[in-house]
Design a binder for this molecule. Structure first.
Ligand code: NAD
Length: 416
């Protein structure tokens, strides 16, 4: 279930390793496409065309071996080995790999769900990008210009900082296109914790802060967003910031379907044993952002990252095959290669096998990671299709055309 990084990898692995007639494999996903989620912050800012951030699932699977069902999973009835789908149908299973991903966590903060933008999906990224451009159009059109070009980003984790990095790049293009001085644009990063990019080495954090401050990003560290409303955020300091755009990157939680199905969860994630099976459920593997797997070194769960989901996808598939063939199951031993964080299209920081790296070479590494992943799911054709120079956003249409598509009374609803 789920065609994200974990689920898709598992399906492809099963397709590769299972012999014909050894099993029936079904992949269920609510959309027809696999989302390249690690690029969404670029699509949201406008530096990559959103069409590059997803791939048709059918094109990645052998239909002779894997049946793809496009439907939304409503609930897992694990006592009956059944999955309920939104189209009033159900599927029975012998083995289930659950990889339903995460959703934004708003911690019950008033108005955040209704009035902020999130970057968890291609459609949302596209809508946010359209909204950003609309703010530039409104700025040109209306006399009260005070807040249209103020962008507030709540949460300075990896998603928030990478989005801000792209936004600083995109803004110079928008300013040029709409004839607006760049100094009129304000970006504020609001972070409740004591630092941005928590978990990274302090020298890399300082580098990232300095690089973004040089691009005129203002940081409010140790300050939480307490409330969000139309055109403003209220901070824990009591200050009210007016903003045309509030983007929420303050954290994620496991898909609510896991709780709804009756699994015992912590922030939406179910605990798994070392073979990735849900504790007490020998037929169900839980992987990726819905899986709570404890790192023995730190005694804390591994974070929900693509590299963990991909490795869990491979191992869960191998363990399903081992179960079918009455072979011993393997334990999950993640290889954490490190963390790469882009700061726009020119700069990045990275912690790779405990080496602290900065600058363009880190972007080169990120590029290699993307190439490797795309190659693993779709071969060289997918790499060429998705990594070519044309993925840079060509969406910067001539002004008049754009205003026709997004008139100034454009209705910015349905953000979540
Ligand atoms: P995150 O949980 O890593 O960061 C959210 C940040 O928001 C935290 O620093 C938190 O202190 C802050 N915050 C929470 N409430 C707040 C409030 N009310 N006001 C202001 N700030 C608030 O979330 P993320 O960046 O979306 O990342 C989600 C997961 O995905 C993480 O585990 C991350 O490691 C992973 N990820 C990894 C990469 C990468 O490896 N390059 C990229 C993106 C995401």
């Amino acid at each position: 279930m789920g065609a994200g990084y974990g689920g898709l990898t598992a399906a492809i692995e099963l397709q590769r390793k299972l012999k014909k007639n050894e099993a029936e494999i079904t992949l269920i996903n609510n959309r027809p496409d696999h989302c390249i989620a690690t690029w969404l912050h670029k699509a949201a800012a406008g530096t990559v065309d959103p069409s590059y951030c997803h791939v048709d699932v059918h094109s990645l699977l052998d239909s002779q071996k894997v049946k793809f069902v496009q439907a939304r999973v409503e609930c897992v009835l694990f006592k009956q080995n059944k999955v309920l789908l939104n189209n009033n149908t159900s599927l029975t299973y012998d083995y289930l790999i659950v990889s339903l991903g995460s959703e934004p966590e708003t911690f019950g903060i008033k108005g955040l769900k209704e009035h902020s933008w999130v970057i968890n999906h291609v459609d949302k990224a596209k809508q946010l990008n359209e909204h950003i451009e609309t703010m530039f159009i409104k700025y040109r059109r209306f006399s009260d210009k005070s807040h249209y070009l103020h962008f507030v980003v709540g949460g300075a984790g990896f998603t928030g900082i990478q989005f801000i990095g792209e936004l600083t790049d995109a803004i110079s293009a928008y300013c040029k296109k709409y004839g607006i001085e760049q100094k009129k644009v304000k970006i504020t990063s609001v972070e409740a914790g004591p630092t941005i990019l928590r978990g990274l080495d302090s020298s890399l954090i300082s580098y990232a802060l300095a690089a973004l401050e040089k691009k005129h990003v203002k940081f409010r560290i140790g300050t939480a967003i307490k409330e969000c409303g139309p055109g403003y955020v209220l901070l824990s300091s009591g200050e009210k910031l007016k903003a045309g755009t509030v983007v929420w990157t303050g954290g994620v939680r496991g898909n609510k379907i896991i709780e709804k199905s009756g699994f015992s969860t912590k922030r939406g994630c179910a605990a798994v044993d070392e073979t990735l099976r849900v504790v007490g459920q020998d037929h169900i593997f839980m992987i990726g952002d819905v899986s709570l797997f404890i790192n023995r070194e730190t005694n804390r769960p591994y974070p929900p990252t693509a590299q963990i989901a991909i490795q869990q996808g491979r191992l869960s598939a191998s363990n399903v095959i081992a179960t079918i063939r009455n072979q011993p199951l393997k334990s999950f031993q993640p290889i954490i290669r490190g963390t790469l964080v882009s700061l726009g299209s020119e700069d990045a920081v990275g912690d790779v096998f405990r080496h602290r790296l900065r600058g363009r070479k880190v972007l080169g590494m990120k590029w290699l990671v993307d190439v490797y992943y795309l190659f693993s799911i779709g071969g060289i054709n997918l790499v060429l299709k998705k990594m070519g120079p044309s993925r840079s956003n060509k969406n910067l249409l001539p002004l008049r055309t754009y205003e026709k598509i997004y008139p100034v009374n454009w209705n910015d609803q349905d953000r979540h």
